[in-house]
Design a protein around this ligand. Structure first.
Ligand code: 2RA
Length: 328
């Protein structure tokens, strides 16, 4: 398949190339595309240097699939142009996620909503993906009524500028700021910008995308998104309320049997998920599952995943694999 990676020189774009290689996706021609300032740069793919091309040239190449991770403005402007030449676009930006008729997909959960006619498929937000990976099997078993989630998000979710800010702060240097405040030895209760309702865009993504993916607008979601000086992945403390009193042992059994989830839950040996050990892996890790003694119909848990992999690149490639498997 001819595969374009739009934003190939960015943090997620580079992981997309790595995941395509690792999973041996049948790429017959790679078309790395980026902004004008990156045209001519080289990316490595399968041991060979490939030149980055402009977006118009990438459209002209009529790729079968285009993986996008170049920001919402580029997706808004260019995804339709690729779609017009028959390309199936898998977009990692937030541009199309809540658009009526655009599938918002975590393949393990709702891959089947993708139809042969779909030309733009939205990849959910990283903190949403790891959350719904755990919520979905439990929603199917018990019915979820309410979710309260607090995230502890890696600076890699912001990008290279944030990684450089943390590095500079730790080395006692000044430099460009990705955040309004220092991030080292600090936590910022702000991921992305604030909206008019007092919540950040990240918190509203978690709230709205979760309901769309579970396809159940009766599920109530309340989110607080926090940026922490961590690089391996996002962590989430989640309180899940069900329509009936759940069984923690059964919840553990269900999650342990769910593809894409690794259960790490044994307080006796201090076993629980951590971003440092989730980094570079594709599973969603869950632990600290315990009864909420303030509400018999609720449990608490802790969810961790590499936000650049399952939270972005790997989920996008898995969508491409799903499409490939349909033989369209
Ligand atoms: C973040 N989820 O972590 C957002 C975008 N990657 O900043």
């Amino acid at each position: 398949m001819r595969v374009a990676v739009v934003g190939a020189t960015g943090m997620v774009g580079e992981v997309m190339l790595k995941v395509l290689e690792e999973r041996n996706f049948p790429v017959t021609e790679l078309i790395p595309a980026a902004s004008v300032r990156s045209v001519g740069k080289k990316v490595m793919f399968k041991g060979k240097e490939v030149s980055v091309v402009s977006l118009p040239d990438a459209v002209a190449a009529k790729p079968d699939i285009a993986l996008f991770s170049a920001g919402g403005d580029v997706s808004t402007a260019w995804a339709p142009k690729f779609a017009e030449v028959g390309t199936r676009v898998i977009d990692n930006s937030s541009a199309w996620r809540m658009t009526e008729g655009i599938p918002l997909v975590v393949p393990e959960i709702n891959g089947s909503i993708i139809s042969e006619d779909d030309r733009i498929i939205a990849n959910p937000n990283c903190s949403t993906i790891q959350l719904v990976m755990v919520l979905n099997p439990l929603h199917e078993r018990y019915g979820i009524t309410r979710v309260i989630v607090s995230t502890y998000q890696s600076i890699t979710g912001t990008g290279v500028k944030a990684v450089e800010q943390l590095q500079n702060e730790r080395e006692g240097k000044t430099g460009p700021m990705a955040y309004p405040y220092p991030i080292d030895k600090n936590c910022l209760p702000q991921c992305d910008v604030f909206t008019d309702n007092g919540y950040t865009k990240e918190e509203m993504k978690l709230t709205r995308e979760t309901v769309k993916i579970l396809d159940d607008d009766s599920v109530l979601v309340s989110a607080t998104a926090v940026r922490v000086p961590v690089q391996g992945g996002h962590s989430e403390s989640v309180n899940i309320e069900f329509a009936e009193v759940p069984s923690v042992p059964e919840i553990r059994t269900i999650l342990n049997a769910t593809p894409g989830i690794t259960l790490q839950d044994n307080p006796d040996i201090n076993l629980y998920p951590m971003p440092r050990f989730a980094e570079g892996k594709d599973d969603t890790f869950v632990g600290r599952i315990r009864v909420d003694y303030s509400n018999p119909r609720a449990v608490n848990c802790w969810i961790v995943a590499d936000n650049l992999r399952k939270g972005a690149a790997t989920n996008a490639v898995q969508i491409a694999e799903y499409i490939l498997a349909q033989g369209w």
